[in-house]
Write a protein that binds this ligand. Structure first.
Ligand SMILES: *[C@@H]1O[C@H](CO)[C@@H](O)[C@H](O)[C@H]1NC(C)=O
Ligand SMILES: *[C@@H]1O[C@H](CO)[C@@H](O)[C@H](O)[C@H]1NC(C)=O
Ligand SMILES: *[C@@H]1O[C@H](CO)[C@@H](O)[C@H](O)[C@H]1NC(C)=O
Ligand SMILES: *[C@@H]1O[C@H](CO)[C@@H](O)[C@H](O)[C@H]1NC(C)=O
Ligand SMILES: *[C@@H]1O[C@H](CO)[C@@H](O)[C@H](O)[C@H]1NC(C)=O
Ligand SMILES: *[C@@H]1O[C@H](CO)[C@@H](O)[C@H](O)[C@H]1NC(C)=O
Length: 442
């Protein structure tokens, strides 16, 4: 009888020990201050992609990043590498919290992405313009953090709660870089990567991107939760040097499927002016603000390679640029499609900030600092002898007259602060003799 009590006591003791060591492990790991995801560029498609670790450590999935994307979706295959995947039931609390489109079912054998009575979301591929209603589910993530000095990778974390995403039909991959199997949305939705991660880790709701300029081996960063943003040999924290402008709410959704009355969840700003070598480009100012129908304004997009401008703005920019280039004795040559202004590379000197060409400055609303684009972000080499102005004509009636594309965002730190509703833009890292890929976070 006494031995039996002892046995129970021992078990209880072991259980308490186990509880202690378990809670110890949980509490001694400090809360991260900033989470880190990589960005690579696929040079064949000009797509930028990140890598997310799903369900078990080292189960890496590459996904094209999309500032306008509402959630993460990827081809889950037969789902054998997602052992802890669980579908979200339609009508559940989690389902009501996402932009859902009712219930979806599936008549094929059950696997992640093929379940009945599942909360449906609209997964969109902007390259193929394909839109699929698919079930949403959840599984764990593994995430790296940034050390508090901003100079090294800190601890790795298991997501406190499962991460919501959707398993795509492989048809939805059309047009995506062959290095990837899906897309990860960074829009202002409850399901985007930064919203889920900042909520789970109780971090300020902000994220920043630093997009690399070349090849899959060069790495840029997505930071979630804020700075420091350190890019040696430049020794200052770039988070303290951002030029900010308000993020503007577009009252009409720009998503391919939405509920009447929803505002857009993409990132819009107002710009005051565009100038070339300090000379202001004449722009119809009514195009620069957003009207009640949601037309007008400027947005940022990682899925178009080059900034697209409404025809009258495009023509005025090209005209001003050609004149300023002529003053700098830069020789114009025949245009190479799809670009409208091309120059002889031999007539262009190079500098730390790329080809030495007229500066293009964008005046940001509410700020005296311009967003300055140097040659590295305004000129693209189409062959050995010719460089072209890396802006495109968007036609005469685009819904958004100015869409700033990926090439123009490379090697800047761009912070989307959803707490104070501000966009922060650094000076070109090239100006500071560094690049996104010179971050020690790799
Ligand atoms: C699932 O797919 C993986 C690789 O894609 C394969 O190795 C595995 O055998 C498949 N499992 C089943 C049950 O079909
Ligand atoms: C979904 O329900 C239908 C009809 O009841 C059934 O035929 C099918 O096997 C179910 N699918 C899955 C994946 O459970
Ligand atoms: C992907 O690979 C296939 C086959 O190698 C090729 O035909 C296709 O053009 C590639 N797609 C992209 C987007 O690079
Ligand atoms: C300026 O743009 C607005 C909106 O597209 C248009 O209605 C108006 O006619 C344009 N004005 C001029 C002078 O082109
Ligand atoms: C982001 O979404 C939240 C919640 O819907 C909204 O309150 C906020 O105004 C949005 N911010 C921006 C900049 O779109
Ligand atoms: C820029 O950085 C490189 C090393 O990355 C260094 O060799 C060079 O001297 C620096 N140039 C300037 C102008 O600071």
């Amino acid at each position: 009888m006494s031995s039996c009590t002892c046995y129970h006591l021992l078990l209880l003791f072991l259980a308490i020990l186990f509880l202690f060591s378990f809670s110890d492990a949980q509490t001694t790991k400090p809360k991260p201050t900033s989470l880190l995801f990589p960005i690579r560029k696929d040079v064949d498609t000009n797509q930028y992609y990140t890598t997310i670790e799903f369900s078990s450590p080292h189960n890496f999935k590459n996904m094209v990043i999309d500032l306008g994307g509402q959630h993460t979706w990827f081809d889950c295959g037969n789902g054998s590498d997602l052992p802890t995947y669980r579908p979200i039931k339609c009508g559940s609390r989690k389902c009501r919290n996402v932009k859902n489109f009712g219930c979806v079912g599936c008549n094929l054998p059950r696997k992640p992405g093929c379940t009945n009575n599942t909360c449906g979301v609209a997964s969109y591929n902007p390259y193929s313009n394909d839109l699929y209603a698919q079930g949403i589910g959840e599984d764990a993530l593994y995430i790296d953090s940034v050390s508090t000095n901003g100079l090294s990778i800190g601890l790795s974390y298991h997501s406190p709660q499962p991460y919501l995403f959707s398993c795509a039909n492989s048809d939805l991959l059309r047009g995506l870089s062959n290095s990837t199997t899906g897309m990860s949305g960074l829009a202002n939705t409850t399901t985007s990567l930064h919203t889920q991660m900042s909520a789970q880790f109780n971090l300020p709701h902000k994220f920043a991107i630093c997009m690399p300029s070349a090849s899959d081996y060069v790495i840029g960063q997505i930071f979630i939760g804020g700075g420091k943003y350190m890019y040696p040999p430049y020794d200052k924290d770039i988070a303290t040097e951002l030029s900010t402008t308000p993020l503007v709410i577009n009252p009409v959704s720009t998503a391919p499927a939405y509920t009447e009355g929803d505002p857009s969840d993409e990132y819009f700003i107002y710009i005051k002016s565009i100038s070339v070598d300090h000379k202001v480009v004449a722009v119809n100012s009514s195009l620069l603000s957003i009207d009640k129908q949601g037309n007008g304004g400027t947005k940022l997009s990682t899925i178009i390679p080059y900034t697209k401008l409404e025809t009258s703005i495009y023509k005025a920019l090209v005209d001003n640029f050609n004149k300023a280039a002529a003053l700098r004795k830069i020789k114009r040559v025949a245009s190479v499609e799809p670009f409208g202004a091309c120059f002889s590379s031999k007539s262009i000197a190079t500098s730390q900030t790329g080809p030495l060409v007229p500066y293009i400055d964008i005046g940001l609303a509410g700020n005296d600092h311009d967003w300055r684009f140097y040659g590295a972000n305004t000129m693209v080499a189409v062959n050995k002898n010719v460089m072209c102005l890396a802006f495109l004509d968007a036609g005469s009636k685009p819904r958004t007259p100015i869409v700033i594309g990926g090439y123009q965002m490379e090697n800047y730190v761009i912070e989307f602060d959803l707490v104070s509703s501000k966009l922060g833009i650094s000076n070109s890292l090239l100006y500071h003799n560094t690049t996104c890929s010179q971050s020690p976070l790799r």
